[in-house]
Design a protein. Sequence first.
Length: 555
Amino acid sequence: MFSRIRYRISSKYVIITTLVMTVVFGVLFFWIAGRHTELIIQQVEKQALILYRQIVLTRQWVSDHGFVLVASVPAHNTDKGNPLPQVASIAGRAYTRITPASLTRQLSKLAAGNRMYSFNITSGAQRIGRMSPDPFEKRALALFQNGRQDPIKSIEIKNGEHVFRYAAPLLVRQSCLACHDKGNFEIGSVGGCISVLIPFESAYKAIGRERLILFVAMSAMAFGLVAVLFLFARKMIFNPIYRIKDLTSDLRSEAFYDETNVRGDELKEFTGLCYLLDKKLKSYHRELEKKISEATRDLSRTNHELEQANQELRALNTARIDFFSEISHELRTPLTAIKGAADILSRKGTCKEPVYVDIIKKNTDYLIRTIIDFLDYSRIEAGRLELDPEDTDVTKLAEETIAALHASAFKKKLEIQLESKEPCTVVADRHRIYQVFANLLANAVKFSPRDSKISVSIENRQSYVQISVKDQGPGIDPQYQQAVFDKFFQIPGRKAPDSFFKGSSGIGLAICKALVTAHGGRIWVESNPGAGSRFIFTLPKAGIDKEQEKDAEQV
């Protein structure tokens, strides 16, 4: 049982709350019982005070008249205390004179005989045996003669029953000297005391019954309150603690858990478990920090090696770009000479097989365009792209591009329409935007079927201009619509409808994206397979700011 109390927090809670409630309700019980007893005693004291005053007033009335006459009764024929002669009426009936002292004794005997109350008058002279004081009256008389004015009270046991004793001083009046010795009494002095005795047994039993009822009621309240508090505590505190204990049962069963160190109630076990977990976590943390420190050193070395590799890679990339630039320049010069010679032969008509001259011209043009594209993209990757922004009429630039590609479109019987004729001015590099137009229109001409239509639309928006090139070609599958702007990407299986255009470098759209981004715009494609394609790009009217230009160079 003691082990259950020791190892169960609910048992401790019940014991502690019971002790607290016992102390609180015990103090409250004794205070209420004391107040109740005090009130009953005060009521009895008021009765004794009223009786005392009635006795005093009765004695005073008799004393003021000297005596009273009562019909003679054999038991009252003599008054040993104050022997006064009897008197007879005219009719011959005998009357006895009654003094205040005799009247007091006779009334006390009558009341005591009826088991109501009794009273007695005592005097310090002790001349009459019947007026001799008992110990309570002696003590009271001594206190009154020494100057005390307050009454004396006491609860005693007399004849096996509780009684309430009340004593108050009896002062000497002028009328008292008629019967008492003037040498022993002075007016206003304490001539004796009146002792009142009131039965207290019924009141005492009532106090006991009320205390028993109060004890039972307060005990029931205390235990009921303990039970209610326990129910609330079990729901809000103990049950969650037991659930936590169940949830941590696996942890307590681990090898690192030593029950001898945390033996106690549920909270002590949980606290001990937390300390052990904290100790283990700190140990794991130190080990982890050690491993992280070692890994950091290894990572630092790896980062250093990667940085060196990156530097070497950047150097190789720079060398590659420089190589492409140099080789492009070197190839462009002889190709230009070959193209010029082919043009001369074609114009003079001296060649016996002009078809071969056309083949030379077409392939030379293709090589020149490819070399120019490689040269431009090398500059873009190297961050050497330089823009020369100026006020540029996009509509006029589109017209110039359409005119330049008119011959190629005519050979395929294609119609190129410019849907907007109004001027749209932007701040941009005229040559680079012309290059974007040329690439998009060249692709549209390349993949459009014969006898189809190409539309160029220019829309003037609030802060930018939106340009689109729409063809009626085979379209682009959604999965390739983002990839077409990557360098060297070609749609698998895609060929031109005829043999006019041969092959592709795969960087034309990548150059378009880089040039549009460099101007602060964006480019995308809208297309469905078999329904043609619409390439759209935007250009801000105010041009690109410095921050955008830096970002564009990084792209």
